[in-house]
Design a protein around this ligand. Structure first.
Ligand code: MG
Length: 273
């Protein structure tokens, strides 16, 4: 029995990284650092801005297409799959334009050290570790090194993508892909969830939804607008921890999303009785 985790004893916590552990997405900081190594910075950053705009507009129009009118025959899993071609095309463009070329491990470690984490996250993770809860990160980020550097001792394992390095230890611009979709997150989650006890998954966006819904305790953190729209559209049951909605641990089951505003809300939920 974990003495600090009274309400919902868990054996493992698996967390998304960007926007869940961190305050902001770290993807563009990778590209901005890569830009510092170039002598065509202005053109490079303009091309990057174009790609970001393209990506955002593709995402928005896909969300709009799906959620504009009630379509009861549509399923959450099909909705999430419909983002895969956008994600794949975006990864292709990132590689083709070498937006991640020339980064050193030192660059990535420094970026990781400078990442701003959400308030309270380090305390919660340390406390859980002290209660022998395993902590793992499951992320669609592009750099394992960045995440490892940001997390340090706060996690036991990182599941994500990696940049490819050449013989001189510089990134080639290619990405070794492991986790790029909601389905990938679900597969990793299913493979690595605790074999001995309950697993909590916490994420902030729709890419996390399948893992959240599969977890023993599935948590959505923050106020991601699309995530909230999707919950409403697909009528996914939720319980707001932040608003202290009554909730009985004995009847908890997968498929209910717990909504929290912060890591300290989650801490209160796990501990208090
Ligand atoms: Mg995220």
């Amino acid at each position: 029995m974990n003495h600090n985790v009274k309400n919902y004893p868990i054996a493992k916590l698996i967390a998304d990284f960007d926007g869940t552990v961190t305050q902001k997405d770290t993807i563009s900081s990778l590209v901005l650092t890569a830009a510092e190594h170039r002598n065509d910075q202005d053109d490079f950053l303009e091309r990057w801005e174009q790609l970001v705009q393209w990506y955002v507009s593709q995402q928005e129009s896909n969300v709009g297409k799906w959620l504009s009118a009630p379509m009861p025959e549509k399923h959450l899993i099909d909705f999430l799959k419909s983002f895969n071609p956008i994600e794949q095309e975006s990864l292709l463009r990132v590689t083709r334009h070498k937006f991640l070329f020339g980064l050193t491990k030192h660059d990535l470690q420094q970026l990781g050290r400078n990442v701003l984490k959400r308030k309270g996250v380090a305390n919660v993770l340390k406390e859980l570790q002290a209660s022998t809860v395993e902590i793992e990160i499951l992320s669609a980020n592009w750099s394992r090194t960045l995440i490892q550097s940001a997390m340090g001792e706060l996690c036991d394992q990182v599941w994500t993508n990696s940049l490819v390095f050449d013989d001189f230890n510089k990134s080639t611009g290619e990405i070794r892909q492991n986790v790029t979709s909601a389905q990938d997150k679900l597969s990793f989650f299913e493979r690595y969830r605790s074999k001995v006890g309950k697993t909590l998954y916490i994420g902030d966006s729709i890419t996390d939804f399948l893992a959240i819904l599969s977890a023993d305790i599935g948590v959505l953190i923050g106020n991601n607008h699309v995530a909230r729209q999707v919950i409403d559209f697909f009528e996914i049951p939720t319980v707001s921890v932040t608003k202290k909605q009554k909730y009985n641990p004995e009847i908890h089951q997968s498929g209910i999303i717990l909504l929290v505003d912060s890591w300290s809300d989650l801490e209160d939920f796990l501990r208090s009785k």
